[in-house]
Design a protein around this ligand. Structure first.
Ligand code: C2E
Ligand code: MG
Ligand code: MG
Ligand code: MG
Length: 287
């Protein structure tokens, strides 16, 4: 009886639930101001090829909050994704990433880098997404061939034909596509070779625990096989150790990203790291 009452109390008057709702509402209000107040930052994490040569970066969003410091995207992207706010934020990310890409074009070390940008489903599904991106490319001078959009499986669950059409239009412009967090979604495999994809990205949750969880090793190896058989490049994220990298290389992985190479860094810090570390810049075979 008491337990029953407790349950009802919990359901209808849970102070934690209310606290969470209030915090969320405050977060959303704060977040709306973040773009205008110039509090968003892009960090860049290197991607390397088989010879450990840096071939590009992934742009990863941070929110430099005046009170809470550097807020990771997991704390605010889900709130932004509940509505149109993610479209505004995503637009800022694309423009900032393209401006950085154009700035790097003047340095021979970075001139050929690709820039991977995470795109939320709602952002990609905007009717003016292609036009908006064209305008950003024109304004920044970034080359579409160096832009790689990271999409997730959830995008293909609703209106897959419309999504495919949009991808094909972007593909014609030279833009490339990576399928992020592959293996963590719920969609079918049938769409894989019907979409103009260039790269499969093995989710970091499989890679980080490669040696602790036998199932994750099997899944990672299978994703590499699947990607190779479909003619796609396979990149692993969450590579934290040389052992991770070597195991993945032995199983046919093409490219790598993770703390083993570098954490995500502001552009200036990334350039400093590259200058001080010849190995990251030119790979193990250099000099
Ligand atoms: P993601 O796109 O799968 O990005 C990879 C995440 O793994 C990043 O977390 C990165 O910092 C982290 N990571 C990379 N290497 C390692 C490693 O070796 N070990 C571990 N433990 N973690 C590693 P981050 O930056 O916190 O981003 C989390 C997620 O937030 C991203 O996952 C992406 O889904 C989303 N996100 C980030 N920036 C954007 C953005 O501009 N737009 C959108 N829509 N989503 C974004
Ligand atoms: Mg990503
Ligand atoms: Mg991922
Ligand atoms: Mg992820």
């Amino acid at each position: 009886q008491a337990k029953q009452a407790g349950r009802n109390t919990l359901r209808f008057f849970d102070p934690d639930m209310q606290a969470i709702a209030v915090r969320r509402a405050m977060l959303e209000t704060d977040l709306r101001q973040a773009v205008k107040r110039n509090q968003l930052r892009l960090f860049y994490q290197v991607q390397v090829d088989a010879s450990a040569k840096v071939t590009g970066v992934e742009a990863l969003l941070r929110w430099e909050h005046p009170e809470h410091g550097m807020v990771p995207p997991s704390d605010f992207i889900p709130v932004a994704e509940e509505g149109y706010l993610i479209v505004v934020i995503g637009g800022w990310v694309l423009e900032t990433a393209c401006r950085q890409l154009a700035a790097w074009a003047g340095d021979p070390v970075t001139a050929d880098w690709t820039m991977a940008v995470n795109i939320s489903p709602l952002q990609f599904q905007q009717p003016d997404f292609v036009a908006g991106l064209e305008a950003i490319l024109a304004a920044t001078g970034a080359r579409p061939r160096q832009l790689k959009l990271e999409l997730t499986e959830t995008l293909f669950m609703k209106e897959p034909e419309t999504v495919r059409d949009t991808m094909c239009r972007l593909k014609t412009m030279g833009i490339r596509f990576s399928l992020d967090d592959f293996g963590t979604g719920y969609s079918s495999l049938a769409y894989l070779n019907r979409l103009p994809l260039d790269q499969l990205k093995i989710d970091q949750s499989f890679v980080r625990t490669l040696f602790e969880d036998a199932a994750n090793a099997v899944i990672s190896a299978s994703i590499i096989d699947l990607g190779r058989n479909l003619g796609l490049e396979v990149i692993a994220e969450g590579v934290e150790t040389q052992a991770h990298r070597d195991w993945l290389a032995d199983h046919g992985c093409h490219a790598y990203q993770g703390y083993f190479y570098s954490r995500p860094l502001p552009a200036a810090q990334l350039m400093e790291l590259l200058e001080s570390s010849g190995s990251l810049m030119a790979g193990p075979n250099a000099g």
